[in-house]
Design a protein around this ligand. Structure first.
Ligand SMILES: [Zn+2]
Ligand SMILES: [Zn+2]
Ligand SMILES: [Zn+2]
Length: 308
């Protein structure tokens, strides 16, 4: 952990109180990205925290997250997704390639102890991004670990159990005795079973039906489910897919939530290069999409001419 000493000093001076686990994780992501693209500086697109709640609104801890863009703009040669995973393995991570729901996109999960990274490459090929998170850092006594926090859930976090998957009234334990005689918690009388969160059935994430209900509450349609990139007007003003992603990651959804896992596609159409972004808001489950017109990228043919 001491190998990234320089980076640690930098981060500590910028953000006093950042835990060592967060500093270490950020260092790992930058190190792996640099190993893949030695001649390119990786970009920390965004760093944020997920609050961890129990019964009270006041968080009992936080998880620290980083979104790093390793490459994808004008890369001289794509290392290929297998090489990306090898770079993680070389640093002691275990990787699991996930089957992609969308053609041309690659995804994997990397784990090391209680740290996790979502590895993603857009189609085109598009951007190569790492989203990493630390174990929960508790402010007081450690209280186990929720199944999900806001950013790590695939879907929308259950707002009854805040991602824990257990009933927070009884802490997931079937009552025995207790103050009121029988003392069985309300959750025990439900088909969800003793201790499980009644709302999400113990999954920690809202069911498809509940998610659809959230969308209705916000007056939103359900997405078409094809996973295609919605057509939206292209914006200008960005010189690379990475800088466009930095802008996108700062934009909140209409509901106010910024957390969104962004898929990406780089495409040449009608003589212009477009960077497309699409994702599902982790607050209201809205389908979100942006398009950016980038300066025409260097074609492979130009690079061939440069060769002796
Ligand atoms: Zn729940
Ligand atoms: Zn209960
Ligand atoms: Zn939203």
């Amino acid at each position: 952990m001491s190998e990234s000493g320089g980076a640690m000093d930098e981060v500590f001076s910028e953000h006093p109180g950042t835990p060592e686990s967060a500093v270490w994780l950020k260092g790992q992501l930058l190190r792996i990205a640099s190993a893949l693209y030695p001649d390119r500086r990786p970009v920390v697109v965004r760093e944020w925290t997920d609050p961890v709640r129990l019964r009270d609104p006041e968080p009992v801890g936080h998880r620290f997250l980083f979104l790093v863009c390793a490459g994808g703009d004008d890369r001289p040669s794509s290392p290929g997704f297998d090489d990306v995973l090898h770079a993680f393995t070389a640093e002691g991570w275990t990787t699991h390639r996930r089957s992609s729901d969308h053609p041309g996109e690659s995804r994997a999960q990397a784990r090391r102890e209680d740290f996790e990274v979502r590895v993603y490459e857009g189609s085109g090929p598009g951007l190569l991004t790492f989203t990493g998170w630390t174990p929960v850092v508790y402010t007081g006594r450690q209280s186990g670990r929720p199944r999900f926090t806001l950013s790590t859930v695939r879907g929308v976090l259950c707002d009854d159990c805040h991602g824990w998957g257990v009933c927070l009234l009884c802490g997931g334990r079937a009552y025995s005795g207790g103050s009121g005689g029988y003392g069985r918690c309300v959750c025990a009388g439900n088909n969800a079973g003793p201790g499980r969160c009644v709302e999400c059935g113990g999954s920690g994430a809202l069911t498809a039906k509940a998610t659809s209900w959230v969308r209705k509450r916000y007056g939103l349609p359900d997405p078409d489910g094809t996973g295609s990139f919605p057509q939206v007007p292209a914006e200008g003003g960005y010189d690379s897919g990475t800088s466009a992603l930095v802008a996108v990651s700062e934009r909140p959804c209409a509901c106010g939530e910024f957390r969104c896992f962004w898929r990406n596609r780089l495409t040449d159409a009608d003589d212009r290069t477009l960077a497309l972004f699409a994702g599902i808001c982790q607050g209201c489950a809205a389908q979100r999409a942006y398009a950016f017109e980038l300066p025409r990228r260097r074609l492979a043919a130009d690079q061939v001419e440069d060769l002796p």
